[in-house]
Each structure stands twice: as C-alpha cells, then as structure tokens.
Design a protein around this ligand. Structure first.
Ligand code: NAD
Ligand code: ZN
Length: 279
C-alpha cells in the first residue's frame, strides 16, 4: 500500500467503505482479534496466552501429551482458561455488523476462530478453518457431535480446582472424559473438533474458503496477524483475482503487499463503522 502512511484513519475507513460497497460477493476473513472485545484474549499479542502457555507445549498434540505426562495441572489450567473465556463471551458489534451485512450482500465468513461467535451473531455461511469448540469429532470415522455451551460451561466448572498431587493424571482424564468420549457409531475416540498446530485444516472448510476467496470482489480481513497459515494465503488469493482487500487491525506496523487499505483500530468500533455505511 503505497500511500498508507499519509492517510488518516477516517480516510482509511471511508476508503474501506468505497471498496466494499460495489462488491456483490464479500468474504470476511477473521482471526482472534475480532473476538478480543468479546473478552477472549488473542494468543500472540502481549500478555496473550502463548506467553504463559508456550505453543510448543500446549498447541500441538505431541506437546500437549508431553505436558500432560509431566505437568498435568498446567494442562488443566490451560484448558480451563481457554474454555472459560469462550463460554463467557458474547458476539460484539463487529460480529453483529458482519452478520447484518448478509441482508445486503452475499457474504462468506472464513474464520480462524474456534469460539462460535460468528454463528451466534447470526452469520449463516461460516467456514471454520480451525474447527470449533462447539463440536467433537470421532478420530476414527469422522462423525461430528455438537457440544452445547452448557456442556462447555460444565467442563470449565469441573476444571477450576487444582488437581491433587496424587493421581493427577487419572483425575484430569476423568474430568475431561465427556470431551473424549466413545463414538456412538464406531466406538472410536472422539476429541474436540479443533485444529492443533501441525494438523491438517478440515478439507471441506478449506475448499469452501478457497472457492469463496476466488469468487469475491471484496475481502474484509479482521483481527488476524496473518502469520499462521493460511492467514496470508487467502487474502493474497483474493487480491490476485482482483478483489479489494481491506484490513482491520490493532497493529500499527501491519504491512503486507496484498492489502488495499489498512484501518488501525479496535474491531468492535471500526467494523460496524465501515459496514453500516455499506447499504
Ligand atoms: P492472530 O495471529 O490472528 O493475531 C491476532 C491479531 O488481532 C493481531 O494482529 C492483533 O493486532 C489483532 N487484534 C488484537 N485485538 C484486536 C482488536 N480489538 N481489534 C482488531 N484487531 C485486533 O491470532 P492469535 O491470537 O495468534 O491466535 C492464533 C490462532 O489461535 C487463531 O488463528 C485461532 O485459531 C486461535 N485462537 C482463537 C481464538 C478464538 O476463537 N477467539 C482466540 C485466540 C486464539
Ligand atoms: Zn466414529
């Protein structure tokens, strides 16, 4: 973006509206920053969860297994924090403005978030690239099972107390058992339908996301550092097919070749301000 430095934020908001307004098909590509103002901390930002729970120990399956074996109470704490924040969160004005845009444009939401807030705000077409905390999936036959907010709340409640020193691992397994229950079809082991680092993205969501990005005329990228694959790939793809790409971020140093406009500010303010003017 050649003239990024000379634009004021108001100019950038206005420009963002003008880029989205003529588009019939819009893709919204969201990351953790979109839900920050719903009370779910991002992982990577300062004070974020990765500072306390290093991703190599908590965000990969082998890492989690290792941590479970040596420090089970840390795993309890991590799961408790992550689940608690999600079960307490409500959609914020940005989620709602995105859902409302569906009444005026054809909108596909592609999200890296696992918090279910786009659907809860009313968005109908949502491709969840990193899965969702609101489902379990069978590791053997792939069958999916919905998980309710009440079930997640129960899980968070069970995990509040530190584990006893003796028998900590057995106790933790018992506490999380409903999340790793046996599959009703094949008796295989179920697990939360979320994508850990190093795992494949769900194929269906990924191909739907790619198709939407190829077909869109404008893309709104909200609250993602675009560091994690496919963070940068999808906006670059949209840009390549001629779509205008608008970025909303808190990071004033955000710089990428595929952004046509960058608006720096909190998503819950900036996104409604852009989208509500798109009639
Ligand atoms: P990320 O790399 O996408 O970074 C977050 C980005 O959001 C940063 O660029 C930051 O500047 C921006 N941001 C922060 N607050 C914002 C705000 N109020 N308004 C606008 N922008 C804001 O995400 P991450 O935190 O590194 O997480 C990595 C992955 O972990 C995610 O892709 C996701 O799968 C998972 N995660 C999910 C959730 C969730 O479901 N809500 C929360 C944290 C992490
Ligand atoms: Zn099964």
């Amino acid at each position: 973006m050649a003239d990024g430095n000379v634009m004021t934020n108001d100019d950038a908001v206005q420009r963002a509206r003008e880029m989205i307004a003529p588009a019939d098909r819009v893709v919204v590509f969201s990351g953790a920053g979109l839900s920050a103002e719903s009370g779910i901390p991002t992982f990577r930002d300062e004070g974020g969860i990765w500072e306390r729970y290093p991703p190599e120990d908590f965000a990969t399956v082998p890492g989690l297994v290792r941590t479970f074996l040596v420090r089970p109470d840390r795993v309890r704490e991590f799961v408790w924090e992550a689940v608690r924040d999600v079960t307490q969160a409500e959609p914020n004005p940005a989620h709602r403005a995105i859902a409302e845009l569906e009444q005026r444009r054809s909108v596909a939401v592609v999200t890296q978030n696992v918090d279910g807030l786009h659907r809860e705000a009313g968005s109908k077409t949502v491709h969840e690239l990193h899965g969702t905390l609101y489902a379990l999936q069978c590791t053997r036959c792939g069958r999916e099972l919905d998980v309710s907010r009440a079930e997640l709340r129960d899980l968070a409640d069970r995990l509040v107390q530190p584990l006893p020193k003796l028998g900590a691992r057995t106790r933790l397994i018992r506490l999380i058992l409903p999340m790793v229950r046996r599959c009703a079809s094949c008796r295989g082991r179920m697990r939360p339908a979320i994508v850990f680092f190093g795992e494949q993205l769900p194929e269906e969501a990924w191909s739907a996301a790619v198709a939407a990005c190829r077909a869109c005329q404008a893309m709104l990228v909200v609250g993602t550092s675009a560091l994690v694959h496919p963070g940068a790939m999808l906006p670059a793809l949209a840009h390549d097919v001629g779509a205008k790409v608008v970025v909303v971020t808190l990071d004033p140093t955000f710089a990428v070749s595929w952004a046509d406009t960058i608006v720096v500010g909190p998503a819950a303010e900036v996104v409604p301000s852009i989208l509500q003017a798109v009639r």
